[in-house]
Design a protein around this ligand. Structure first.
Ligand SMILES: [Zn+2]
Length: 129
């Protein structure tokens, strides 16, 4: 990966897998500008996970969670999405058809455990629809 400022090749100074193992976080350093950047590699699972026979969208789920969890850190939302994705992937591996209802239940179940205020807002939003 190149430095966005001077195009020098960045050096990785630290990296770790996130809790679910679905993504990798890296800290990178530019030896020329001396800046430090972080990156997050995420597997694109959109073609692997089907919801009502349509490709799953990490972007849509992230946007929805960002809307309902006002004030949550970007990294916390990404971790929630990672956890939801690994559950969806597990269902897919076991050849379960994922309907919109199952998808919603998976999202709710993860939110209930990790982020109770967002869980309640998500639930309230469902009742409005
Ligand atoms: Zn640079």
């Amino acid at each position: 990966m190149q430095c966005p400022i001077c195009k020098t090749r960045l050096q990785t100074t630290n990296s770790r897998k996130t809790n679910s193992g679905a993504s990798t976080w890296r800290r990178r350093h530019c030896p020329n500008c001396k800046i430090t950047l972080t990156s997050r590699e995420v597997l694109d699972l959109s073609s692997l996970i089907q919801i009502n026979n349509k490709n799953y969208s990490r972007l849509k789920l992230t946007a929805k969670l960002a809307r309902i969890s006002s004030g949550s850190l970007e990294e916390d939302i990404a971790n929630i999405v990672d956890t939801i994705e690994s559950r969806l992937l597990s269902l897919t591996r076991h050849n379960h058809q994922i309907t919109e209802d199952i998808y919603t239940q998976e999202v709710l179940s993860v939110l209930k455990k990790i982020d109770r205020p967002s869980y309640l807002r998500f639930l309230a939003q469902l009742e409005e629809d």
